[in-house]
Design a protein around this ligand. Structure first.
Ligand code: NAP
Length: 254
Protein backbone atom coordinates (compact mmCIF):
# COMPACT_ATOMS: atom_id res chain seq x y z
CA UNK A 1 0.00 0.00 0.00
CA UNK A 2 1.43 3.39 -0.91
CA UNK A 3 1.93 5.99 1.79
CA UNK A 4 1.99 9.77 1.59
CA UNK A 5 5.65 9.55 2.60
CA UNK A 6 6.40 7.85 -0.74
CA UNK A 7 5.57 11.16 -2.45
CA UNK A 8 8.70 12.68 -0.89
CA UNK A 9 10.96 9.98 -2.40
CA UNK A 10 13.11 10.55 -5.47
CA UNK A 11 14.00 6.93 -6.21
CA UNK A 12 15.14 6.43 -9.80
CA UNK A 13 15.46 10.17 -10.37
CA UNK A 14 18.53 12.26 -11.17
CA UNK A 15 19.01 15.67 -9.57
CA UNK A 16 21.45 18.43 -10.51
CA UNK A 17 22.58 20.68 -7.66
CA UNK A 18 24.59 23.85 -8.24
CA UNK A 19 26.68 25.41 -5.49
CA UNK A 20 27.29 21.93 -4.06
CA UNK A 21 30.76 22.68 -2.67
CA UNK A 22 29.60 24.31 0.59
CA UNK A 23 26.67 25.48 2.70
CA UNK A 24 23.14 24.69 1.52
CA UNK A 25 24.37 22.84 -1.56
CA UNK A 26 26.01 20.11 0.51
CA UNK A 27 22.92 19.67 2.71
CA UNK A 28 20.64 19.66 -0.35
CA UNK A 29 22.77 17.03 -2.13
CA UNK A 30 22.70 14.82 0.98
CA UNK A 31 18.93 15.25 1.43
CA UNK A 32 18.12 14.44 -2.21
CA UNK A 33 20.39 11.39 -2.08
CA UNK A 34 18.74 10.22 1.17
CA UNK A 35 15.42 10.49 -0.67
CA UNK A 36 16.79 8.16 -3.34
CA UNK A 37 18.13 10.46 -6.07
CA UNK A 38 21.40 10.13 -7.95
CA UNK A 39 23.04 13.55 -7.99
CA UNK A 40 25.20 15.67 -10.28
CA UNK A 41 27.09 18.30 -8.32
CA UNK A 42 28.42 21.58 -9.67
CA UNK A 43 30.49 24.50 -8.30
CA UNK A 44 33.89 25.99 -9.05
CA UNK A 45 36.01 24.50 -6.23
CA UNK A 46 36.75 20.98 -7.45
CA UNK A 47 38.32 19.81 -4.18
CA UNK A 48 35.27 20.65 -2.05
CA UNK A 49 32.92 19.35 -4.72
CA UNK A 50 34.71 15.99 -4.60
CA UNK A 51 34.11 15.88 -0.83
CA UNK A 52 30.36 16.33 -1.38
CA UNK A 53 30.43 13.64 -4.06
CA UNK A 54 32.17 11.24 -1.66
CA UNK A 55 29.52 11.90 1.02
CA UNK A 56 26.77 11.01 -1.44
CA UNK A 57 28.61 7.91 -2.65
CA UNK A 58 29.01 6.81 0.97
CA UNK A 59 25.23 6.95 1.34
CA UNK A 60 24.92 4.43 -1.48
CA UNK A 61 23.78 6.70 -4.32
CA UNK A 62 25.60 7.49 -7.54
CA UNK A 63 27.09 10.97 -7.86
CA UNK A 64 29.23 12.96 -10.26
CA UNK A 65 31.17 16.13 -9.49
CA UNK A 66 31.41 18.55 -12.41
CA UNK A 67 33.48 21.70 -11.81
CA UNK A 68 31.27 24.43 -13.24
CA UNK A 69 31.04 28.22 -13.30
CA UNK A 70 27.31 28.90 -13.69
CA UNK A 71 27.91 32.39 -15.06
CA UNK A 72 29.13 30.72 -18.30
CA UNK A 73 26.22 29.41 -20.44
CA UNK A 74 28.46 26.90 -22.23
CA UNK A 75 29.67 25.51 -18.90
CA UNK A 76 26.04 25.08 -17.78
CA UNK A 77 25.25 23.12 -20.94
CA UNK A 78 28.37 21.00 -20.44
CA UNK A 79 27.35 20.28 -16.82
CA UNK A 80 23.92 19.04 -17.90
CA UNK A 81 25.50 17.00 -20.71
CA UNK A 82 27.77 15.23 -18.21
CA UNK A 83 24.83 14.56 -15.86
CA UNK A 84 22.89 13.00 -18.75
CA UNK A 85 25.85 10.97 -20.00
CA UNK A 86 26.91 9.69 -16.56
CA UNK A 87 23.58 9.30 -14.78
CA UNK A 88 21.24 8.70 -17.72
CA UNK A 89 18.51 11.31 -17.21
CA UNK A 90 17.66 14.66 -15.58
CA UNK A 91 14.56 15.06 -13.40
CA UNK A 92 15.40 17.79 -10.89
CA UNK A 93 17.47 20.98 -10.96
CA UNK A 94 18.32 22.88 -7.80
CA UNK A 95 19.66 26.33 -8.69
CA UNK A 96 21.47 27.01 -5.43
CA UNK A 97 24.80 28.59 -6.46
CA UNK A 98 25.07 32.20 -5.42
CA UNK A 99 27.40 34.94 -4.28
CA UNK A 100 26.74 37.49 -1.57
CA UNK A 101 27.87 41.07 -1.95
CA UNK A 102 27.51 44.16 0.19
CA UNK A 103 28.72 47.35 -1.54
CA UNK A 104 27.29 50.83 -0.89
CA UNK A 105 25.27 51.83 -3.97
CA UNK A 106 27.15 55.10 -4.57
CA UNK A 107 30.42 53.17 -4.82
CA UNK A 108 29.40 50.01 -6.67
CA UNK A 109 31.05 49.64 -10.10
CA UNK A 110 29.24 48.27 -13.17
CA UNK A 111 31.55 45.23 -13.05
CA UNK A 112 30.73 44.49 -9.40
CA UNK A 113 26.99 44.77 -10.02
CA UNK A 114 27.11 42.67 -13.18
CA UNK A 115 29.21 39.94 -11.56
CA UNK A 116 26.51 39.30 -8.95
CA UNK A 117 23.75 39.20 -11.57
CA UNK A 118 25.79 36.85 -13.76
CA UNK A 119 25.98 34.22 -11.01
CA UNK A 120 22.72 34.72 -9.09
CA UNK A 121 20.28 35.45 -11.92
CA UNK A 122 21.76 34.59 -15.33
CA UNK A 123 23.35 31.39 -14.00
CA UNK A 124 20.01 29.88 -12.90
CA UNK A 125 18.54 30.79 -16.29
CA UNK A 126 21.34 29.07 -18.26
CA UNK A 127 21.08 26.03 -16.00
CA UNK A 128 17.28 25.94 -16.32
CA UNK A 129 17.42 26.20 -20.12
CA UNK A 130 19.93 23.36 -20.42
CA UNK A 131 18.20 21.16 -17.83
CA UNK A 132 14.69 21.71 -19.17
CA UNK A 133 15.78 20.59 -22.65
CA UNK A 134 16.87 17.29 -21.06
CA UNK A 135 13.94 16.83 -18.64
CA UNK A 136 10.78 14.89 -19.34
CA UNK A 137 7.32 15.50 -17.84
CA UNK A 138 7.41 15.28 -14.05
CA UNK A 139 10.57 17.37 -13.80
CA UNK A 140 11.04 20.03 -11.13
CA UNK A 141 13.25 23.09 -10.74
CA UNK A 142 13.83 24.80 -7.40
CA UNK A 143 15.53 28.20 -7.37
CA UNK A 144 17.20 29.39 -4.18
CA UNK A 145 16.30 33.07 -3.88
CA UNK A 146 16.41 34.97 -0.54
CA UNK A 147 14.25 37.07 1.76
CA UNK A 148 16.49 39.89 0.47
CA UNK A 149 14.22 39.75 -2.61
CA UNK A 150 11.28 41.00 -0.57
CA UNK A 151 12.85 43.04 2.26
CA UNK A 152 16.11 44.32 3.64
CA UNK A 153 18.39 43.23 6.45
CA UNK A 154 19.90 46.72 6.48
CA UNK A 155 22.96 45.82 4.41
CA UNK A 156 23.93 47.68 1.19
CA UNK A 157 22.94 44.87 -1.15
CA UNK A 158 21.44 46.37 -4.31
CA UNK A 159 22.97 43.78 -6.65
CA UNK A 160 22.18 40.82 -4.39
CA UNK A 161 18.61 41.95 -3.67
CA UNK A 162 17.95 42.70 -7.33
CA UNK A 163 19.35 39.35 -8.43
CA UNK A 164 17.23 37.45 -5.91
CA UNK A 165 14.08 39.43 -6.79
CA UNK A 166 14.82 38.75 -10.45
CA UNK A 167 14.98 35.07 -9.65
CA UNK A 168 11.38 35.21 -8.43
CA UNK A 169 10.32 36.72 -11.77
CA UNK A 170 12.30 34.05 -13.58
CA UNK A 171 10.62 31.35 -11.48
CA UNK A 172 7.13 32.57 -12.30
CA UNK A 173 7.79 33.00 -16.00
CA UNK A 174 9.46 29.62 -16.48
CA UNK A 175 6.60 28.02 -14.53
CA UNK A 176 4.05 29.51 -16.90
CA UNK A 177 6.10 28.49 -19.95
CA UNK A 178 6.99 24.96 -18.92
CA UNK A 179 4.42 23.53 -16.48
CA UNK A 180 1.63 23.12 -18.98
CA UNK A 181 3.69 22.51 -22.10
CA UNK A 182 6.46 20.32 -20.68
CA UNK A 183 5.23 19.11 -17.28
CA UNK A 184 8.08 20.84 -15.45
CA UNK A 185 7.25 22.64 -12.20
CA UNK A 186 9.35 25.67 -11.23
CA UNK A 187 9.35 27.10 -7.70
CA UNK A 188 11.59 29.19 -5.46
CA UNK A 189 12.61 29.07 -1.81
CA UNK A 190 13.42 32.28 0.04
CA UNK A 191 15.77 31.46 2.93
CA UNK A 192 16.06 33.87 5.83
CA UNK A 193 19.13 33.83 8.06
CA UNK A 194 21.29 30.71 8.06
CA UNK A 195 24.92 30.34 9.11
CA UNK A 196 26.98 29.18 6.10
CA UNK A 197 30.28 30.16 4.50
CA UNK A 198 28.51 33.12 2.87
CA UNK A 199 27.17 34.56 6.12
CA UNK A 200 29.71 33.48 8.77
CA UNK A 201 31.47 36.86 9.12
CA UNK A 202 28.13 38.70 9.28
CA UNK A 203 26.85 36.13 11.75
CA UNK A 204 29.69 36.74 14.17
CA UNK A 205 29.14 40.52 14.07
CA UNK A 206 25.45 41.12 13.51
CA UNK A 207 23.34 38.07 14.24
CA UNK A 208 22.53 39.08 17.82
CA UNK A 209 20.89 42.28 16.49
CA UNK A 210 18.57 40.22 14.30
CA UNK A 211 17.66 37.63 16.92
CA UNK A 212 14.77 39.58 18.54
CA UNK A 213 13.19 39.83 15.07
CA UNK A 214 13.14 36.07 14.43
CA UNK A 215 10.05 34.48 16.03
CA UNK A 216 11.72 31.04 15.95
CA UNK A 217 14.42 32.50 18.22
CA UNK A 218 17.38 31.19 16.21
CA UNK A 219 18.97 31.04 12.78
CA UNK A 220 18.05 28.22 10.41
CA UNK A 221 20.13 25.14 9.68
CA UNK A 222 21.08 24.03 6.14
CA UNK A 223 19.23 20.76 6.81
CA UNK A 224 16.00 22.72 7.34
CA UNK A 225 16.42 24.50 4.02
CA UNK A 226 17.29 21.20 2.33
CA UNK A 227 14.08 19.59 3.61
CA UNK A 228 12.02 22.38 2.04
CA UNK A 229 13.90 22.05 -1.23
CA UNK A 230 13.28 18.29 -1.21
CA UNK A 231 9.55 18.90 -0.71
CA UNK A 232 9.32 21.23 -3.71
CA UNK A 233 11.47 18.91 -5.86
CA UNK A 234 9.33 15.88 -5.05
CA UNK A 235 5.88 14.72 -6.11
CA UNK A 236 4.65 15.81 -2.65
CA UNK A 237 4.52 19.26 -4.30
CA UNK A 238 3.01 18.00 -7.57
CA UNK A 239 0.33 20.75 -7.64
CA UNK A 240 2.68 23.60 -6.69
CA UNK A 241 4.31 25.67 -9.41
CA UNK A 242 5.44 29.26 -9.88
CA UNK A 243 5.44 29.79 -6.11
CA UNK A 244 7.82 31.21 -3.54
CA UNK A 245 8.21 29.55 -0.17
CA UNK A 246 9.79 31.62 2.61
CA UNK A 247 11.94 29.61 5.05
CA UNK A 248 12.91 32.14 7.69
CA UNK A 249 11.64 31.18 11.15
CA UNK A 250 9.12 34.01 10.77
CA UNK A 251 11.67 36.82 10.20
CA UNK A 252 9.56 38.48 7.48
CA UNK A 253 6.30 38.55 9.47
CA UNK A 254 7.61 41.07 12.00
P1 NAP B 1 27.92 29.33 0.43
O1 NAP B 1 28.33 28.29 1.40
O2 NAP B 1 28.84 30.46 0.17
O3 NAP B 1 27.56 28.58 -0.94
C1 NAP B 1 27.52 29.23 -2.18
C2 NAP B 1 27.76 28.17 -3.23
O4 NAP B 1 27.64 28.77 -4.54
C3 NAP B 1 29.15 27.55 -3.14
O5 NAP B 1 29.04 26.16 -3.34
C4 NAP B 1 29.90 28.19 -4.30
O6 NAP B 1 30.86 27.29 -4.80
C5 NAP B 1 28.77 28.36 -5.29
N1 NAP B 1 29.09 29.32 -6.33
C6 NAP B 1 29.38 30.65 -6.17
N2 NAP B 1 29.66 31.20 -7.35
C7 NAP B 1 29.54 30.22 -8.28
C8 NAP B 1 29.70 30.16 -9.68
N3 NAP B 1 30.06 31.25 -10.39
N4 NAP B 1 29.50 28.98 -10.31
C9 NAP B 1 29.15 27.88 -9.61
N5 NAP B 1 28.97 27.87 -8.28
C10 NAP B 1 29.16 29.03 -7.62
O7 NAP B 1 26.56 30.01 0.87
P2 NAP B 1 25.07 29.43 1.06
O8 NAP B 1 24.49 30.23 2.16
O9 NAP B 1 25.04 27.96 1.15
O10 NAP B 1 24.39 29.92 -0.29
C11 NAP B 1 23.61 29.07 -1.13
C12 NAP B 1 22.49 29.89 -1.73
O11 NAP B 1 21.60 30.30 -0.70
C13 NAP B 1 22.96 31.17 -2.43
O12 NAP B 1 22.24 31.34 -3.64
C14 NAP B 1 22.59 32.25 -1.43
O13 NAP B 1 22.38 33.51 -2.04
C15 NAP B 1 21.32 31.67 -0.84
N6 NAP B 1 20.91 32.23 0.46
C16 NAP B 1 21.66 32.00 1.58
C17 NAP B 1 21.22 32.53 2.81
C18 NAP B 1 21.97 32.31 4.10
O14 NAP B 1 21.54 32.84 5.14
N7 NAP B 1 23.05 31.56 4.12
C19 NAP B 1 20.04 33.26 2.86
C20 NAP B 1 19.30 33.47 1.70
C21 NAP B 1 19.75 32.92 0.51
P3 NAP B 1 32.27 27.68 -5.43
O15 NAP B 1 32.80 28.85 -4.69
O16 NAP B 1 33.06 26.41 -5.23
O17 NAP B 1 32.00 27.95 -6.88
Amino acid sequence: MSSVLDLFRLDGKVAIVTGASSGFGVAIAEALAQAGAEVALGARRADLLAQTRDKVLASGRRAVAVPTDVSDPAACQAFVDVALAELGRVDVLINNAGVGAAVPALRESPEEFQAVLDVNLSGPYWMAQSAARAMTAGGAIVNVSSIAAIGSLGLPQAAYSASKAGLIGLTRDLAQQWTGRRGIRVNAVLPGIFETEMTSAWFAEKFDEQLPRIPAGRGGTPAELAATVLFLASDAASYITGQTLVVDGGRTIL
